[in-house]
Design a protein around this ligand. Structure first.
Ligand code: G16
Ligand code: MG
Length: 220
């Protein structure tokens, strides 16, 4: 049985949310807008454009198109300064072990992320070579919960959506996987990700037997 395992990036493979937070906070404060960790939660899995729109709405600010583009560039430059310092030590617990297990079982592996910086991040943490397909913010026109990102992933892996399994930490991502008719596995809190078919706190809680079940189809 060959299945497609599609991983979200931020919150599943690495915790880049902390760098998004630092960069958005600096940018928001520079235009006189407060920005908290609670607000940062609401930007998880959300595109860069939509994130800035939300921050401006929270601060009751309007900007010209030019200023908007300039601030997006500043935020990304700041974010990339953190990304450039990343290494393999930032891979979340047992992610590498899970990837290696699936590769050993000859399974197909793809990335399905909203980030436009997905490729450099995977390269920095030295995981890029483990993915057969990368679908990120540069490839999609419709954001999660639209299933586009995962459907493109299935297509690139040459697999049917129902033969794919998605690992996601965001509610919108879980919903996207469900709409795509894929098995959704939430990585995070049960009360937040209750729409997922299965939920784990992190990959240390996922047994090889569970992964075997996904591959053989006994877990569905
Ligand atoms: C990630 C983060 C979001 C971020 C988005 C766009 O998505 O969760 O907070 O806004 O990427 O990132 P960038 O500015 O790098 O294009 P995911 O889907 O990997 O969780
Ligand atoms: Mg995520």
């Amino acid at each position: 049985h060959k299945k497609g395992f599609i991983f979200d990036l931020d919150g599943v493979i690495v915790d880049t949310a902390k760098y998004h937070f630092l960069a958005w906070k600096k940018l928001a404060n520079s235009i006189g807008v407060d920005f908290s960790e609670v607000q940062n939660e609401q930007l998880k899995g959300v595109s860069r454009v939509r994130s800035l729109e939300k921050i401006l709405a929270w601060g009751n600010k309007t900007l010209s198109e030019d200023e908007f583009m300039k601030l997006m560039g500043l935020k990304n430059d700041d974010y990339l300064s953190y990304i450039n310092k990343m290494d393999a030590s930032e891979i979340l617990p047992d992610v590498s072990k899970t990837l290696d297990f699936l590769i050993e079982k000859k399974q197909a592996i793809a990335l399905g992320s909203a980030s436009k910086n997905a490729t450099p991040i995977l390269q920095k943490v030295n995981l890029f070579h483990k993915f057969q397909a990368i679908v990120d913010g540069n490839d999609v026109s419709k954001a999660k919960p639209d299933p586009e990102v995962f459907l493109i992933g299935a297509k690139l892996l040459d697999l049917k959506p129902e033969d794919c399994i998605v690992f996601e930490d965001s509610v919108a991502g879980v919903q996207a996987a469900n709409v795509a008719n894929m098995i959704s596995i939430g990585i995070g809190e049960k009360d937040v990700l209750h729409e997922a078919d299965y939920i784990f706190k992190d990959f240390t809680e996922m047994s090889p037997a569970f992964l075997e079940g996904l591959i053989s189809g006994t877990v569905k």
